[in-house]
Structures are given as C-alpha cells and as structure tokens.
Design a protein around this ligand. Structure first.
Ligand SMILES: [Zn+2]
Length: 232
C-alpha cells in the first residue's frame, strides 16, 4: 500500500473510532467535544453515566446490594476499634477534615475547581460531625461489593467514585419534608397523609468525585490491609 493510502486509511479508522460511542453495541454518535474531555469517547447518555457512576457501563450499587457487606464491615470495625491501623485511618480522615478549610454552602460551589470542591466536601463532613469510621466503612464496603460482583468493573476509578458517592451522602445537604392530607380516591372525603421529601446535595458527578475518592483511598489504604489480612 502506498504511503498516501495508508495515511488515508488510518485517518478514516480514527475518524470512525471517534465518531461512535465506545460502549460496545451503542449505536449513538460520540459527543463532538466537551469541556473536560471525558465525554468525547461516549454518547451523551454514556458520558453522563460515566461521570456519575465511574464507569460508562456499570450502574452504582444499590443500598440493598451493599447491605450484607455493610454488616460485615461494621462488625469488623466494632471488634477492631483499637487496632492501630483503624486508629491510623481515623487520624488520616481527621487530618482531611482539619485541613479542609471553611465550610461553604452547596449553592456557592459553582465555579470552583474540582479539587477545591473535593476539599469543601471534607469540610462539609466535618461540619456534619460525620464519624471518620463511616468513611472507612464506605471504602471497605465498596471493596467487598466489587469483590462479590460476578461481573465487576475493576478499575480503580470506579471504586473511588463509588466510595466517594457513599461518603458524599453522609454529609448533610438541604432536606425538606412536607406533609399534606390528600383524598384516598377522587372525590372522597376520607384523606390520608401524603409526605413529600426533598433532599438536595451538592452535585455528585465529574472530576470532584475522582479526587475525593482518591483522598478516601489514600486515608483507608492501611486499614484495608488490616481488614483483608485478618479476613483471609
Ligand atoms: Zn453510548
């Protein structure tokens, strides 16, 4: 093949690669471009999924899926609260709390860099008096969930994002609850209580989750070694 043809062929192949979403079987075009470069490889839906869940393919674990793992981890942490590496993990997380600066309301976070927002997430946990043990619990629980998963997503990014999402939720967001009486049926005078709840947390997606997740991993690495060594 002449050099010219070879180049043309390669350009065509690359063009094809970039034109379609990288998720196998997805017929949608990749997004033309984006501010963070993450989504160029995927269609809108898969880019959004990747940003929120840490994998373009796999959804986040549900509370029900995590429940048995939580039980195991909680029991272990309770039995080992005096373990030197558990104490080490707690200290590291307290360090993240104390270095995180002033607390900032969720609605003021727009425009901040992902690393600033990750720091603010630690400040939010500190302000909500979240026990560092809960952060450790989240990291270990996600580890067990991935391990038990018959079709796991094994990238470290996925694990960081999954843990970050759990920890993110431990801090209080804005919570509202309304109760009102509504008829049990159309035109009925019998009423029942209807409760509406609104939970607003700072946006849980994108680079901030990766950075926050890396902080969690760093703080929990040694605890995890202890956890895995006694279990195996
Ligand atoms: Zn797609």
């Amino acid at each position: 093949m002449s050099k010219g043809k070879d180049v043309a062929k390669r350009a065509k192949t690359e063009d094809h690669m970039y034109r379609y979403c990288r998720v196998i079987g997805c017929p949608h075009p990749a997004r033309a471009g984006s501010e963070n470069g993450l989504d160029r490889r995927f269609c809108r839906r898969h880019a959004d999924q990747y940003s929120r869940h840490g994998s373009p393919y796999k959804k986040s674990y549900t509370a029900t899926q995590l429940k048995p793992h939580r039980k195991v981890v909680r029991a272990w942490l309770k039995r080992n609260s005096d373990h030197v590496l558990v104490k080490n993990g707690v200290q590291r997380i307290e360090g993240l709390y104390s270095r995180s600066g002033t607390h900032t309301e969720a609605f003021r976070l727009a425009g901040m860099s992902p690393s600033e927002r990750a720091r603010k997430a630690w400040a939010r946990l500190r302000e909500s008096s979240v026990s560092p043990l809960k952060v450790i619990e989240a990291w270990l629980v996600i580890g067990l969930a991935i391990e038990a998963d018959p079709a796991p997503e094994e990238s470290v990014e996925f694990r960081r994002v999954q843990a970050a999402k759990l920890v993110h939720r431990l801090a209080s967001g804005t919570h509202k609850r309304w109760e009102r009486d509504v008829p049990v049926a159309r035109g009925s005078t019998t009423t029942q209580k209807h409760v509406t709840e609104l939970h607003k947390y700072p946006q849980s997606r994108g680079r901030v989750l990766r950075i926050f997740g890396e902080d969690i991993e760093e703080a929990c690495k040694l605890v995890e070694e202890a956890f895995l060594s006694v279990r195996n």
